[in-house]
Design a protein around this ligand. Structure first.
Ligand code: KIV
Length: 257
């Protein structure tokens, strides 16, 4: 097994796993110092491009952002989200995954579960491509936001699904907006680490969309903790620039040739 993937799996019994999303080199340069996993998420569709949903992002766009991100990766594990419809069957998935690995130098890809695609994960893993699973609220397949695992029936479904994905060989599993008690149970049952987003402190690691955490996305559901109001800081800086330009205080002689 690849060294970085082995390291992430081992962390389950040692300490919490730190993960964030990135879409570009400058941000990745900062995140790489602090994160175990950096995900080029298909959230780039909504957070960066202002698209209506994550299903709209193209394969080429994810690849371009991943190439940018990979330029700043020194130590963290780079995982790339497979966009909607790029892994509908194994042969399509293999062709696209092969392309992503070749073009981006990533360590793994992430696949959202639709409850039926664990055999694709299994075949990709057997072909040598590390896969991160993703269950719970999976935006590519569930249009309306709803916390998951709120009924006994749903709990059973999620547990069965998580075991299937582990059996398929995934090295970790994202739990998105899964109820606290179900996230706790899945984390206890699985040998691979669970990475939570909106799924309580009981997961083995946590992931957030960086743009939410730094306060530039304007999207702050209750599972997001806004660590910074970068929007306010940027506003102040841009306002100062505007005033300097209007009042002819910038550029100065030292800024000219
Ligand atoms: O696309 C994304 O950013 C994700 C995370 C929210 C897990 O899938």
């Amino acid at each position: 097994m690849k060294k970085k993937i082995f390291f992430i799996k081992k962390l389950k019994s040692k300490r919490k796993i730190v993960c964030l999303t990135a879409y570009s080199k400058p941000i990745t340069k900062i995140l790489d110092k602090h994160c175990d996993i950096i995900l080029v998420g298909d959230s780039v569709a909504t957070a960066f491009y202002g698209m209506k949903n994550t299903r709209l992002i193209s394969f080429e766009t994810i690849i371009n952002h991943s190439i940018s991100v990979s330029k700043a990766i020194k130590k963290s594990t780079l995982v790339i989200d497979m966009p909607f419809k790029t892994y509908r069957n194994y042969s399509l998935a293999k062709k696209n995954v092969k392309k992503i690995f070749k073009k981006t130098n990533c360590d793994a890809i992430k696949i959202e579960s639709n409850g039926k695609n664990s055999s694709i994960i299994s075949k990709l893993v057997k072909s040598g491509y590390p896969v991160m699973g993703h269950i719970g609220f999976t935006p590519q397949f569930k249009k309306k936001f709803q916390p998951q695992g709120m009924s006994l029936k749903d709990e059973k479904k999620l547990i069965v699904e998580s075991l299937k994905i582990e059996k398929a060989g995934a090295f970790s599993l994202v739990l998105e907006c899964v109820s606290e008690s179900v996230a706790k149970k899945i984390t206890k049952i699985l040998r691979i680490p669970t990475i939570g987003i909106g799924s309580s402190k009981f997961c083995d690691g946590q992931i957030l969309v960086t743009d939410d955490l730094i306060g530039i996305s304007g999207f702050y559901p209750k599972f997001v903790k806004k660590y910074l109001s970068l929007d306010n800081i940027l506003n102040k800086a841009i306002k100062r620039f505007k005033q300097d330009v209007i009042k002819n205080r910038f550029p100065k002689k030292i800024n000219a040739y």
